[in-house]
Design a protein around this ligand. Sequence first.
Ligand code: NAD
Ligand code: IPM
Ligand code: MN
Length: 354
Amino acid sequence: MKICVLPGDGIGPEITAEAVRVLNALDLKFEMEEALLGGCAVDATGNPYPEATQKLAQAADAVLLGAVGGPKWDSYPREQRPERGLLGIRKQLGLFANLRPAILYPELANASTLKPEVVAGLDILIVRELTGDIYFGQPRGIEMRDVDGKHQRFGFNTMHYTESEIRRILRVAFDAAKKRNKRVCSVDKMNVLECTQLWRDVAIEVGAEYPDVELSHMLVDNAAMQLVKNPKQFDVMVTGNMFGDILSDEASMLTGSIGMLPSASLDENNKGLYEPSHGSAPDIAGKGVANPLATILSAAMMLRYTFNQEAVAQRIEGAVKKVLAQGFRTGDIYESGMKRVGTREMGDAVLAVL
Ligand code: NAD
Ligand code: IPM
Ligand code: MN
């Protein structure tokens, strides 16, 4: 079981360290090797996804990632930005299926900004397509053009999907729904965008292959509203790269904090990259206060999807539930009367239960 560990930038190294400690506390033997991705890689080599990292990631069964990015690199040329490294590894490894489960641990019902009764019992799976869409579409750029009688800067990106890209992510969503509550809501913007009209057409075709799963469709603006109004109407939501990015951050707040939302990015053979859904949180980096639970829960997803260790994955998830029941809280999920802890102490608490 070979794991490539990429701590990344900002809070990345702090939260990854806790997930690594959790993995090392299990009765399993992992081979772990660390490498550079993101801003740290740019600083060291000029490349956000250096060749040494590519080799390690390709040879590993799974990748554990913290987060990349930070204000320091925001003015760099695009090919030297940390985010380009992240998109590069997702594309190179063919990680088209991004699973982002938004589950409310009952202990955190009051940590959400929504009323407890709106989020109690919440268990949604967002399936986000991860290697297509406007994120990767060509042409793209910023250039000088003559438009509207003026020589001016012109910014452009291209949204596109092939029907095969749509079909394979829809199948992931339907297969997941079969093991859950058998409902898929496909999210698009077919009233305006042709690309997502194709998305809806293909969703309907794939839906016909799964007569036991109920398929519904929702326009993305309504979906954003419904997620806050009545999130429990959803079981599996499936959508494109950009809509999925936005809706999953929104869904994270239903669980109490973005620090609670793990993710798995899978290829056709369940090789995967596992990372929290949040970013490098530059505002709290280096302070030892970040919530490591999303990263620890991502390690649990690694055991489930890449290593077929469902029981061990559940052991980690059970330990997280227990530390929350014991009252341990990082700042992002803190409520008065609870035990306020930092990143390391939260990791300690999980280890103690394990
Ligand atoms: P962010 O997710 O990093 O932070 C948003 C807010 O959530 C901040 O207030 C932050 O402190 C808080 N937060 C995030 N994770 C937390 C945690 N574990 N515990 C407690 N609080 C947490 O989003 P941003 O500020 O928009 O982006 C910062 C940088 O991260 C940017 O450079 C962005 O490109 C990058 N980013 C990377 C990834 C990734 O590596 N997968 C994901 C998102 C953003
Ligand atoms: C995420 C992040 C990335 C994305 C960025 C950092 C490229 O926001 O993993 O959600 O947009 O996919
Ligand atoms: Mn995001």
